[in-house]
Design a protein around this ligand. Structure first.
Ligand SMILES: Cc1ncc(COP(=O)(O)O)c(C=O)c1O
Length: 401
C-alpha cells in the first residue's frame, strides 16, 4: 500500500475552469472556431513598458534568487499602490510576493486552516477556494447567496454561518464568477459582523481595479482600520495588467501571519520569478493609462454581453459591477433536445453551447451555483456579438420536449 496517493487527494477535484479551457483548446486545435467565453484571463497584452522592463531586467542579468517575500522596490510599490488605490498604507513587512494570487491563497490556507476549522465561503465562489480549504484538511462552509440579492452575502447570513469552529471568511469582490462587488455600506455591514467574532477575513481583491459605472471600490482595511489585525488581502497583476502568465500576486497580512507565510514560501517556492517581479514593479509604478483603457474596453464589452444574453430566449442575467464575467440564469434552456439527450442541467447547457454554438463557457455548478453559466467577456465586442448570434441561432434551431 506504500505506493498509494495521499488521502488528501480524495477530498479535492481538478479545476473545472481549466478543464473547460482544455476542451475548447482541443476543438480549436481541430480547426473549430470557438467563441472564448470560458476564459478567465484578459485577451490584452500587458502594457509595453512592462514588457520593456522585463527585457531590460533580462539584459541586466536579473537571474538570481531574490528575498523570499520579494524584492524591496516591488514591496514598496505594493505598499504605495495600496495607499494610492485602496486607501490604507501597509508596511513592507506585511507583504509577501508569491507566484500568482492562487499561490497567495494557498500560502494563506497552509498558514491558517487546519483539520477541525471551518472556513466560510459565499457561493457562487471561485473554484479554488473550497478545494484549497479541503486540501489542508479544513472544512469549507458554503453560504448561499442569490441573484436577487446581487449575489452578495448578507450580514445576517454571515452571522448565522459563524460557529466556534470558524477560522476564516473568504470574500471575493468583485467576484469571479458573478462580477458582483460590495459597496461601502454592504462591506461595512459584513465588517460589523466580523468585528464581533475572533475570525480571519481573507479578501481577494484580484479584480478590484476592474469596476464599472463609476462603482467606488472600497478596501476593508481602509474602511475598518480597527480590524487590520485580522484582515488578509490577496491581490496581484494577473487581471488588471493582463499579466496572468507572469505569475505575480501578493498578500498583505498582519505581520505575524506575514512571517508565517514567509516561512511556508521559504520551504516551497522560495521567491516568485525575479524577472516577473521586475515586470510587476513596472506595472505598479508606470502610467495607469493602459489599465484605464482596458477597464473602459471591458465596460463596453460587459454591456454588449449583458444586452446580448438578455435578448436570448431562455437566458437572463444581471449587470455585474466588475471583473469580466456575466453569470447568467440558463434554466430557461432546460428541455431543449441535444442529440438523444434533453438539457436538464447547467453542465448540459455548457456542453450544448460548445457543441451547437461553438461557445465555450463554464457551468455554474463548478462555482456552487447550478442552473447558471459563466460567460467571460475577455474577448472583443465583435466576437461577443458573433457568439451571441451563434447561440441565438442554436436556440432557434433547437427542438424542445
Ligand atoms: C477570484 C480569483 N482569485 C485568484 C485568481 C488567481 O489569480 P492568479 O492568476 O494571479 O493566480 C483568480 C484567477 O482566475 C480568480 O478569479
Amino acid at each position: 500500500m506504500s505506493r498509494k496517493l495521499a488521502h488528501r487527494l480524495d477530498a479535492i477535484v481538478p479545476s473545472v475552469t481549466l478543464a473547460m479551457n482544455a476542451r475548447a483548446a482541443e476543438l480549436r486545435a481541430r480547426g473549430v472556431d470557438v467563441f472564448a467565453f470560458g476564459v478567465g484571463e484578459p485577451d490584452f497584452d500587458p502594457p509595453k513598458f512592462v514588457l520593456d522592463a522585463a527585457k531590460a531586467a533580462v539584459d541586466q542579468g536579473v537571474s538570481k534568487y531574490t528575498a523570499v517575500t520579494g524584492v524591496a522596490p516591488l514591496k514598496k510599490a505594493i505598499c504605495d499602490a495600496a495607499t494610492r488605490w485602496r486607501g490604507y498604507t501597509p508596511t513592507a513587512d506585511q507583504v509577501c510576493v508569491s507566484v500568482g494570487a492562487k499561490h497567495v491563497l494557498f500560502n494563506i490556507a497552509l498558514a491558517l486552516y487546519e483539520p477541525g476549522d471551518e472556513v466560510i465561503i459565499p457561493a457562487p465562489y471561485w473554484v479554488s477556494y473550497p478545494e484549497q480549504v479541503r486540501l489542508v484538511g479544513a472544512t469549507p462552509v458554503i453560504v448561499e447567496t442569490s441573484e436577487s440579492d446581487g449575489w452578495r452575502m448578507s450580514p445576517e447570513a454571515l452571522a448565522a454561518a459563524i460557529t466556534p469552529k470558524t477560522k476564516a471568511i473568504i470574500l471575493c469582490t468583485p467576484s469571479n464568477p458573478t462580477g458582483a462587488a460590495y459597496d461601502e455600506a454592504q462591506l461595512g455591514a459584513l465588517l460589523d459582523v466580523v468585528r464581533r467574532h475572533d475570525v480571519w477575513l481573507v479578501i481577494d481583491e484580484i479584480y478590484a481595479d476592474l469596476v464599472y459605472d463609476h462603482f467606488k471600490y472600497v478596501s476593508a482595511p481602509a474602511l475598518a482600520p480597527d480590524l487590520r489585525d485580522r484582515i488578509v488581502i490577496v491581490d496581484g497583476v494577473s487581471k488588471s495588467f493582463a499579466m496572468t502568465g507572469w505569475r505575480i500576486g501578493w498578500s498583505v497580512a498582519p505581520v505575524a501571519l506575514a512571517k508565517a507565510i514567509e516561512t511556508i514560501q521559504g520551504q516551497s517556492t522560495t521567491n516568485a520569478t525575479a524577472v516577473a517581479q521586475q515586470a510587476a514593479l513596472a506595472a505598479l509604478t508606470g502610467p495607469r493609462d493602459a489599465l484605464d483603457a482596458m477597464r473602459a474596453t471591458f465596460e463596453a464589452r460587459r454591456d454588449v454581453m449583458v444586452t446580448g444574453l438578455n435578448s436570448l430566449s431562455g437566458v437572463r442575467c444581471r449587470k455585474p459591477e466588475g471583473a469580466f464575467y456575466v453569470f447568467a440564469d440558463c434554466r430557461g434552456l432546460y428541455g431543449i433536445k441535444a442529440g438523444d439527450r434533453v438539457i436538464a442541467t447547467d453542465d448540459d447547457v455548457a456542453s450544448w453551447l460548445l457543441d451547437s454554438a461553438r461557445v465555450a463557457t463554464v457551468a455554474g455548478g463548478a462555482f456552487g451555483a447550478p442552473g447558471y453559466v459563466r460567460f467571460s467577456y475577455a474577448t472583443s465586442e465583435a466576437r461577443i456579438s458573433a457568439g451571441i448570434a451563434s447561440i441565438r441561432s442554436a436556440i432557434s434551431h433547437a427542438s424542445r420536449i
